[in-house]
Design a protein around this ligand. Structure first.
Ligand code: GLC
Length: 489
């Protein structure tokens, strides 16, 4: 295959900015494509109060470039550059008014305006760089206006002429800066009319994700099951109809994880490194984790870990419902993460009640720093999501020999195989309905199986031996790019 010129555009890219799995994908997929010999550049915002320019060696390449947003509005932006890998460049768009006001990277009341500006600035940058892209890959709603802009305002651009646009849906709940279901009916964007002026408050009602679905040359989600789910009313977030109409252009590609970054053999965050051949060394990490969080050090107790955003999506209603019952057994549970306040309050209450069995660490930094240590030290972990476009934690779990207990939805269905002592080998434990009793049964099955060391080892081995590196998904994306070209014609 000839080498392609690919632009990857995302609102968060690890290690510069991150709130969730999107940042992992926006880092790892370009790296993988780059390693396969393609010329990839990444474009992302410069969040002035979240990204340390010195630490990441950002270098300014264009200052105060005038950006025409429409007939009446103009802003100035500057462009910066850094390198993620040798030869893999990351470009940052700087506008302090829109991207450096707050420490948090999202949550402004002008979220659409911010990312409208970002999308225009990204296309402008591609032109400035004269980067004759074959593919412009847009991730989630924040990059969602790009396919539309390319076919309208930028339709005459020579540099962009041959590019196809790809839109990847990481989470269909997020379609624009506000919640779609809260937009008054008369303002609901149909996705085809010209955009309002940048200065017009109506800009905040533009549905970026919808426009991306309507105007991109190809669309995909981050797992095959989620691609099937979102064309149904239950998961479609009011976009299922337009998705059905574009079914022939809608695909699913299960994410990978970066096998260089996530590697128990070399991970510096662990107390003891290990591989599938000497997985017994994992126990050193378990003891360390127990000590670190002031739990009784005990090899034989099953340790349940959890690192995720503490939100409804991730199944915290179920977890909170059954946690006190689980804690009646001989177990230890560690939860790391940040998220919605009511859940956090309850988790803190449970900590007080079970100080020797349960730890809750409500910190984002801690979460990032200790994430892999939790997978290395814990025996199993929970992800009972209400919905899950792909899910990355179960993949990290496999890699570190930490057995997942998940609900079969979206990408969790595509990656976790239920263990059944009768006939199925399995690499984890699954349950079907979003119901706390079903979760409890799945955890109980896991805890009972844990008592049989050889069987448990088999489950760990199968997880560790399965490969969820980015190589396969990256080649699937290359096939998608090819298909997009056909659709464009
Ligand atoms: C979103 C989804 C998650 C997915 C991630 C990366 O955060 O909720 O399921 O793994 O994006 O694609």
């Amino acid at each position: 295959m000839k080498s392609l010129k690919i632009v990857s555009i995302a609102s968060e890219v690890d290690p510069y900015s991150k709130t969730g799995g999107l940042a992992d994908v926006a880092r790892a997929l370009p790296k993988s494509l780059h390693r396969l010999g393609h010329e990839v550049i990444i474009i992302t915002p410069l969040y002035g109060r979240a990204i340390d320019k010195d630490k990441h060696n950002l270098e300014r390449i264009y200052s105060d470039v005038k950006l025409r947003l429409d007939k009446k509005n103009e802003v100035k932006v500057s462009y910066y550059r850094a390198e993620l890998l040798l030869g893999l460049k990351v470009y940052f768009i700087r506008n302090d008014k829109y991207f450096s006001r707050y420490k948090k990277i999202y949550g402004s009341s002008h979220e659409n305006a911010r990312f409208y500006l970002f999308d225009v600035a990204a296309l402008k940058l591609i032109s400035l760089l004269k980067f004759k892209a074959d593919v412009i890959h847009c991730h989630d709603w924040q990059a969602g206006l790009i396919p539309y802009l390319k076919k309208h305002r930028f339709r005459k651009s020579q540099t962009l002429a041959k590019a196809v646009t790809v839109f990847t849906i990481h989470n269909l709940t997020f379609q624009l800066g506000t919640n779609w279901w809260e937009v008054p009916l008369k303002y609901k964007d149909k996705g085809i009319k010209a955009l309002p002026l940048f200065s017009n408050p109506k800009i905040e009602y533009i549905n970026f994700a919808k426009r991306a679905i309507l105007w991109a040359d190809i669309i995909n989600t981050v797992s095959e099951t989620y691609a099937e789910e979102i064309i149904k009313k239950k998961f479609g977030q009011d976009l299922h109809r337009i998705l059905i109409n574009r079914r022939h252009k809608l695909f699913g590609v299960v994410n990978g994880i970066d096998y260089y970054d996530y590697n128990p053999k070399t991970d510096k965050g662990l107390k003891k490194n290990y591989t599938v051949e000497n997985v017994h060394r994992k126990i050193v990490n378990k003891r360390y984790l127990q000590k670190l969080y002031k739990l009784p050090v005990n090899d034989g107790l099953p340790l349940i870990g959890l690192t995720s955003r503490i939100t409804e999506q991730k199944g915290f209603d179920l977890i909170l419902d059954i946690l006190p019952t689980v804690l009646l057994r001989d177990v230890q549970v560690i939860i790391l993460g940040t998220g919605e306040k009511p859940y956090i309050k309850k988790l803190n209450q449970i900590t007080k009640k079970y100080p020797n069995k349960f730890v809750f660490v409500p910190s984002h930094e801690e979460n990032q720093k200790r994430e892999t240590l939790v997978y290395a030290g814990a025996d199993l972990f929970l992800l009972p999501s209400r919905f899950e476009p792909c899910g990355i934690n179960q993949l990290i779990g496999f890699r570190y020999g930490c057995v997942p207990v998940v609900r079969t939805t979206g990408g969790l269905s595509d990656t976790v195989i239920n263990f059944d002592p009768q006939d199925s080998p399995g690499n984890g434990f699954t349950f079907k309905n979003y119901d706390s009793k079903e979760l409890l049964v799945a955890i109980t099955r896991a805890l009972e199986t844990y008592k049989y060391k050889d069987i448990w080892k088999g489950i760990i081995h199968r997880g560790m031996r399965s490969s969820f590196s980015w190589e396969l998904p990256a080649t699937k994306y290359l096939q998608l790019y090819k298909k997009a070209k056909k659709f464009k014609k």
